[in-house]
Design a protein around this ligand. Structure first.
Ligand code: F58
Length: 830
């Protein structure tokens, strides 16, 4: 442990004048000790690992702060057109290791901790994993921020700093228990508080339409206060901000009651409002707490739009130049209220005529759709919106009127068409269709994989595609190789450095295709097999330590990790596990390939079927893992509390990646890319980005099964009946009956009756046989290691396309029209 005393440390280091040249281990050690003493006020001899982490994070933050500040200066100096990425979710994962790798400081920090008698990897494990998102959509936003910074694109992310992120999942007696996620409890050294950056956000009240523009007299106001998180570029001089808003009590609270002198009720309203930034909706299924959710969405966009305008006016003295300076991207419909909010400000505060404000909006906004599933499409009741945001509802009506009268009617469409495209859905409860508003206001609308974008145009937005065919496009998702190889799988990174002649692949992932020349080389296959094996040992140790389950790293690791949802068909995975178990019991002496089935994922707290699925997986795991007869041939592990950091541990260890959603339902998927990038083979349906992965890796290197979108639609059209499949497949019928009749839940035999005998909306029974056959092919290939590792290398070699750098380049070119900071614009290093 360090012997440094406060007085000795005082002279060590004050500011970041050590940045250039890059600090060595000694300087880093001094900086860490300095932060511990003078920022945290902790004597090194009393410091806990969490204290050391915080000190180290402050030290690392210093090192990117200069880049962060100078990036802002460059943007200002060259008036760089900027994209503002609005998202209710950012699943950033841990910041510390990522920042060290992006700044090439890992070695220096590792050495510094060694000198302090500590281990960097252990210290890094202390960091909370900020889970400010539900799943793929939030993680995509985080990959995109990494790529935006690395590509030097002028960009700001805007989100909410939820006090409680995604709940912490515990498994008790096989059931999911939700606990609060206290990610801020140990402080958050990575973010700067910006108490001066605050904007009032108003709610409720009345609209006085006797004036033009109408006057909104809100009932309540709350302040949005900013926290800035640094998003460091890989290897560069750039760092962009992620600005997260918290709700603070201002002096502007309940205006009406405060003015009437009713201090207590004004405080009450205030307390209620402060809950706005309290929790992330762990809501992947149905909407609950709708009013609070609507308030959160408005809170995000109101603060962000005000901030965007303030930033613009620092550079230009006119609001009219906004569309040249600003692109605002809507990550799904959650931030769509940004459209009426910008309209409101332009009309009410800057006195722009409606048409002019509308023309500006249409140049500024673009929107990504992440789902075609109707239950996930946001609609807000007109009544609620009238209560909470009367001026915005009024503007939405005007937009709708303008759209119908100026765009739709002149083209001769009938009333039925007009009813379908109207932003307002008529019915008992009138609703605002947020996706329609997004499409009507945006100059570009994109899906997230080719098949999804095609379906978007042919189904969900077909009417709009008839009106504006040029508006719709595709940007296939991608993932950042910095997080998903360099941070998650350092041994694989070394392997790639060695065989690709350096680390250029990290910023030019197409370089991976040089591996294609090496895939038949036995030594390289073996070397990769060793990398994989080491990752499997690492995961096996975790599972042993945390769950007390022993798994064999030589078994095939078959992994499905993602939100638990009926369309993702974890229960079809279970059908296969039970089927395999039956086969082994029937034929115990056959030459079975040992497998470990690994699953993880959270179920939305209100989604019973998903929770039952988790329980079923755990019941089956308990039963099979304790059955002596199957020995080590099958193990089933449900790892609790899936998160970005767990994904970093699990993905490198996977042999087989389960991407088994019903065709047409998974917009893209991104874990499919992370797995293939880490040399796992995919078993998957022709859904989402699986289709493009197939095109890139070739049919012999992926296990595709199941019905196509067309076949799925035909089945639906003909009145899908699950018993057509169950009754015609005795092995399937046996599995269904076992589960439904309590073979794995003897204490409550009917526990899974409903789960097995529902209407099978996602056609697991129709795809079962083809899935089982594909699994047999998996076994066969795995028993030929040369072929398996060859296929794994081919997968990696052809994943260049799936870098989020490519996605961001597509967005910059096709959608945002944004230029990165050029070499010439970068400041010269001394
Ligand atoms: C996901 N959506 C898609 N939504 O399901 C996945 O296919 C895609 O790869 C990914 O987006 C990125 O494009 C998703 O994660 C959510 O989590 C919503 C959050 C808010 C409530 C409704 C679900």
């Amino acid at each position: 442990m360090a012997k440094t005393t406060p007085t000795a440390a005082k002279n060590l280091l004050t500011t970041y004048d050590y940045i250039n040249p890059k600090p060595d281990a000694e300087l880093v050690r001094k900086s860490i000790v300095y932060k511990l003493i003078f920022i945290l006020g902790i004597d090194p001899k009393d410091a806990t690992p969490a204290d050391w982490l915080n000190a180290a994070m402050f030290a690392a933050r210093d090192l990117s702060t200069e880049n962060f500040l100078s990036t802002r200066q460059i943007h200002e100096k060259f008036k760089k057109r900027t994209v503002y990425y609005l998202s209710m979710e950012f699943l950033m994962g841990r910041a510390f290791t990522n920042s060290l790798i992006n700044q090439d400081l890992y070695g220096a920090f590792e050495q510094a901790f060694k000198e302090l008698g500590l281990n960097l990897a252990d210290i890094s494990e202390q960091e909370a994993d900020p889970a400010l998102g539900n799943g793929g959509l939030g993680r995509l936003a985080a990959c995109f921020l990494d790529s935006l910074a690395t590509l030097r694109v002028p960009a700001v992310g805007y989100g909410i700093r939820y006090q409680y992120g995604m709940f912490k999942q515990e498994i008790v007696d096989g059931k999911q228990i939700e606990k609060p996620d206290l990610w801020l409890d140990n402080g958050m050294a990575w973010q700067f508080a910006r108490p001066a950056k605050r904007f009032p956000v108003s709610f409720g009240g009345t609209l006085d339409t006797s004036h033009y523009p109408p006057r909104w007299k809100p009932a309540e106001q709350i302040n949005a206060v900013a926290y800035d998180e640094i998003v460091p570029a890989f290897g560069g001089q750039i760092a962009n901000p992620l600005r997260l808003w918290t709700a603070h009590t201002g002096d502007l609270f309940n205006l009406a009651s405060f003015n009437e002198g009713d201090y207590f009720s004004s405080m009450e309203a205030q307390m209620k409002n402060e809950t706005i930034a309290n929790v992330l909706y762990p809501n992947d299924a149905t909407a609950v707490g709708r009013e609070l959710r609507l308030k959160q969405e408005y809170f995000l966009v109101s603060a962000s739009v005000q901030d965007i305008i303030a930033r613009h006016l620092c550079r230009y003295d006119s609001i009219h130049t906004l569309p040249e300076d600003v692109a605002i991207h809507l990550n799904d419909t959650h931030p769509v209220l940004a459209i009426p909010e910008l309209m409101r400000i332009l009309i009410d505060d800057y006195y722009l005529p409606f048409d002019q404000a509308w023309a500006m909006c249409q140049k500024i906004f673009s929107y990504t759709n992440h789902t075609l599933m109707s239950e996930a499409l946001e609609k807000w009741s007109v009544d609620m919106m009238a209560q909470l945001l009367p001026r915005h509802l009024d503007i939405i009506y005007k937009i709708n009127h303008h759209f119908i009268e100026n765009v739709v009617r002149p083209q001769g469409y009938d009333d039925d068409f007009i009813r379908r495209v109207s932003i307002i859905e008529e019915g008992e409860q009138r609703q605002v269709r947020m996706a329609w508003l997004a499409v009507i206001a945006s100059h570009k609308v994109n899906g997230v994989a080719k098949i999804h974008s095609d379906l978007m145009v042919s189904s969900l937005f077909a009417d709009f595609a008839a009106l504006f065919p040029e508006r719709f496009t595709n940007v296939t998702n991608g993932v950042t190789p910095r997080r998903w190889i360099a941070v998650a799988n350092p041994k694989l990174a070394r392997f790639l450095d060695k065989h690709l002649g350096g680390s250029g692949w990290l910023t030019d992932l197409n370089q991976l295709n040089q591996l294609n020349k090496l895939v038949d080389n036995k030594d390289i296959q073996n070397e990769f097999a060793n990398v994989k094996h080491a990752a499997k040992v690492r995961l096996a140790e975790y599972i042993q330590r945390e769950m007390n389950i022993t798994i064999n790293p030589n078994a095939l690791f078959d992994v499905q990790i993602k939100r638990i949802h009926a369309y993702k068909r974890q229960s079809m995975n279970v059908l296969h596990i039970v089927h395999r178990y039956n086969q082994i019991l029937n034929n115990p002496n056959a030459d079975w390939q040992p497998r470990v089935f690994i699953l993880a994922g959270k179920a939305a707290s209100s989604y019973n079927e998903a929770k039952q699925t988790i329980r079923l997986i755990n019941d089956i795991a308990y039963f099979i893992n304790h059955d002596e007869r199957v020995r080590d041939l099958i193990k089933v592990v449900f790892i609790p509390n899936y998160s970005v950091s767990l994904a970093e541990l699990i993905i490198p260890a996977a042999d087989l990646s389960e991407q088994i959603s019903l065709a047409g339902k998974e917009a893209s998927g991104t874990s499919n890319m992370k797995f293939a990038l880490n040399g796992a083979l995919t078993i998957g349906t022709l859904d989402g980005a699986n289709v493009e992965i197939l095109q890139h890796v070739g049919a012999e290197n992926i296990f595709i099964f199941g019905n196509t979108v067309e076949q799925v639609q035909t089945l639906y059209r003909n009145g899908y009946n699950p018993y057509d499949f169950i009754d015609n497949d005795p092995e399937l019928a046996q599995v269904v009956n076992q589960i439904a009749q309590g073979a794995f839940s003897p204490d409550e035999p009917h526990r899974y009756h409903k789960l097995m005998h529902n209407r099978d909306e996602f056609q697991r029974y129709a795809d079962f046989r083809s899935y089982v056959n594909a699994q047999a092919q998996v076994d066969k290939l795995y028993r030929q290691p040369e072929k398996w590792y060859r296929a794994a290398l081919v997968n990696m070699a052809n994943m260049g396309y799936f870098s989020s750098d490519r996605s961001i380049e597509d967005y910059c070119r096709e959608i945002w029209r944004i230029e990165p900071v050029s070499e010439q614009e970068l400041p010269r290093l001394a």
